[in-house]
Design a protein around this ligand. Structure first.
Ligand SMILES: Cc1cc2nc3c(=O)[nH]c(=O)nc-3n(C[C@H](O)[C@H](O)[C@H](O)COP(=O)(O)O)c2cc1C
Length: 449
C-alpha cells in the first residue's frame, strides 16, 4: 500500500469497527485504521469465515465475541492497529491477519493508563529500542507494510531523533499526532513539529491532530499544508461527522446516521457498539426529545426506528436468522475453548454451591436488566440483604461465588473478567430463585451444555 497523498480515518477505540470504516471509505477516505486491538485478545481468537455476512471474523474463543470483523470491500485499504509491548506477540498476531488486511500499525501514542501500565502505546516511545525491535521484527517477517503512530516530544529535535530510530526499522510510513504525551485534545496541535520532521525524513509522514480546525473537507488541505505532509489522518472530525471525507461537502448528521445504521445492520454490528457510535455523532442533540428517545433505546431495531429504518432492520435480521446466524455468536457456546485448567478448578471447594454452566453475553443486556441489577432489585423487593461476591482468578479467567440468603451460587464457566464472572454467577442465582427460566437463559445464549 502506498501512503502518498492519502486521506485516512485515524484509529479510534470502539468507533472504528467495520460499519464506520466502510462508511468512511464510501464517503471518500483512502485508507481506514481499525480501533487499537490488543495483541493477546487477538491471540485468543480464531479466524472464521462468516458465510452469511461474507466477512472474516476473529472470534474470541473464551466468550464468542467478535474481536475483529473485516470484509473484501476494505481488504486493500484497512490498516490493523495493534496495541502491544512484545515483538513476539505482535508477530504472531501479524501472521494471523496478514492475508486479511493491507498493513499493520503499532500504536505508540496512546497515553491512557491501561496502555502505559501494559508497556504499550506511549510507553513504547519512552523505550525506543523496544519500539524499534517490535517494528523490525514485523518488517523482517511479514509481507505487508508496517507503520507506527506516535505523539511528538516537546522539541522538534527530540521528535526527529526518535522518528529516525523508528524509521531505520524499515517501516513504510509514520503517523504523527502533533501533541505531546501530556497534552490533551483541547490543546492546540503543534503543526510545526510535524512539519520539521516531515521535511527531514525519507518516508511518508501522516499528519494527525487537526480535527478541531477541520470543519469541512477543504480544511483537510489546509492542515496538509500547515504540516508539510501529503497525507492526513482524521479522528474526531470523522467520529462526529464521517462525511468529512466527502469531496462534495458535509452531509446532515441524520443522513450520516442513516447511512451508518444501514451498515451496522448489514454487518450485524453489536447493539452496544452501534449505540455508542450514534451517540458520538449526536453529541449535544442527545438533549432533544428525539435524542432522549434514542438514549432509551435498547436494541438496534429500536435505534433504527428513530431514523425510519425499522423495516430495513427487521427484514435484514429476519433474513440473517433464517440463514442461521446466531446473534453475536459465531460459535456455539459449547465450541468455546476457555483454558479451563482442570487441576486449578479442582482446588476450589464447591461443596454446597449451586452450580450451572452459563456465560454472560453483554450484548444481550441493557444497563437496566443486567443480572446483578435484577438480583439486587429482587433482594430489595423481598427485604433481603444484598448478595456478596467472591471472585477467583486463574490466569486471565475469572469465576465468582455469590452468597445470597445463606446459599452460594456459581457458574462453572470461566469468564474473561471479574465483572462478567459476577454477572454469570448472578444469572445462576436468578435461575435458582425462579426469577429467570431455563428458556430465558437459552434465549440469552447463556446456557452451555
Ligand atoms: C474516541 C477516540 C478513540 C481513540 N482511539 C485511538 C486508538 O485506538 N489508537 C490510536 O492510536 N489513537 C486513538 N485515538 C487518537 C486519535 O487517533 C487521534 O490521534 C487524536 O484524536 C487526534 O486526532 P484528531 O484531532 O483528528 O482527533 C482516539 C481518539 C478518540 C477521540
Amino acid at each position: 500500500m502506498i501512503y502518498d497523498n492519502k486521506i485516512i480515518l485515524a484509529p479510534m477505540v470502539r468507533i472504528n469497527t467495520l460499519p464506520m470504516r466502510l462508511l468512511a471509505l464510501r464517503y471518500g477516505a483512502d485508507i481506514v485504521y481499525t480501533e487499537e486491538l490488543i495483541d493477546w485478545k487477538l491471540l485468543r481468537s480464531k479466524r472464521r469465515y462468516n458465510d452469511i455476512l461474507k466477512t472474516v471474523d476473529f472470534v474470541d474463543q473464551t466468550d464468542g465475541t467478535i474481536v475483529f470483523r473485516t470484509c473484501d470491500e476494505e481488504k486493500e485499504r484497512v490498516v490493523l492497529q495493534l496495541g502491544t509491548c512484545s515483538a513476539d506477540r505482535a508477530l504472531k498476531v501479524a501472521k494471523m491477519v496478514e492475508n486479511d488486511v493491507a498493513a499493520i500499525d503499532i500504536n505508540m501514542g496512546c497515553p491512557k493508563e491501561f496502555s502505559i501500565k501494559g508497556g504499550m502505546g506511549i510507553a513504547l516511545l519512552e523505550d525506543p529500542d523496544k519500539a524499534y525491535n517490535i517494528l523490525k521484527t514485523l518488517v523482517d517477517n511479514i509481507s505487508i507494510p508496517v507503520t507506527c503512530k506516535i505523539r511528538i516530544f516537546p522539541t522538534p529535535e527530540e521528535t526527529l531523533k526518535v522518528v529516525n530510530k523508528l524509521i531505520s526499522s524499515g517501516i513504510k510510513a509514520i503517523g504523527i499526532h502533533g501533541r505531546t504525551r501530556n497534552e490533551r485534545p483541547q490543546h492546540a496541535v503543534n503543526t510545526d513539529i510535524i512539519k520539521y520532521v516531515a521535511e527531514r525524513v525519507p518516508i511518508q509522514v501522516i499528519a494527525n491532530g487537526g480535527s478541531k480546525e477541520i470543519e469541512k473537507h477543504s480544511d483537510i488541505y489546509k492542515f496538509k499544508e500547515m504540516t508539510g505532509c501529503s497525507s492526513v489522518m482524521i479522528a474526531r472530525a470523522a467520529e462526529w461527522n464521517c462525511s468529512i471525507f466527502r469531496k462534495n461537502g458535509l452531509l446532515p448528521i441524520d443522513t450520516v446516521i442513516t447511512d451508518y445504521l444501514k451498515l451496522a445492520v448489514d454487518y450485524d454490528n453489536s447493539p452496544s457498539n452501534t449505540k455508542y457510535c450514534v451517540q458520538n455523532i449526536l453529541r449535544d442533540l442527545q438533549e432533544t426529545p428525539r435524542g432522549r428517545k434514542f438514549l432509551e433505546s435498547q436494541t438496534v431495531e429500536q435505534i433504527c426506528a428513530i431514523w425510519d429504518l425499522d423495516e430495513y432492520c427487521k427484514k435484514k435480521q429476519d433474513e440473517y436468522q433464517s440463514m442461521g446466524i446466531q446473534g453475536r455468536w459465531q460459535v456455539t457456546p459449547d465450541e468455546l475453548e476457555p483454558p479451563n485448567k482442570k487441576s486449578k478448578i479442582e482446588e476450589i471447594n464447591l461443596d454446597g454451591v449451586e452450580q450451572m454452566k452459563v456465560c454472560f453475553i453483554r450484548a444481550n443486556f441493557n444497563d437496566l436488566n443486567l443480572p446483578k441489577t435484577q438480583l439486587h432489585v429482587w433482594a430489595g423487593r423481598n427485604g433481603c440483604k444484598l448478595p456478596t461476591y467472591e471472585t477467583q482468578q486463574v490466569e486471565k479467567l475469572f469465576r465468582t461465588i455469590l452468597s445470597f440468603k445463606g446459599k452460594k451460587y456459581t457458574s462453572t464457566f470461566w469468564e474473561k473478567n471479574k465483572k462478567f464472572a459476577e454477572q454469570s454467577a448472578a444469572l445462576v442465582c436468578l435461575y435458582y430463585l425462579g426469577v429467570v427460566s431455563r428458556e430465558e437463559l437459552v434465549k440469552l445464549g447463556s446456557v452451555i451444555k
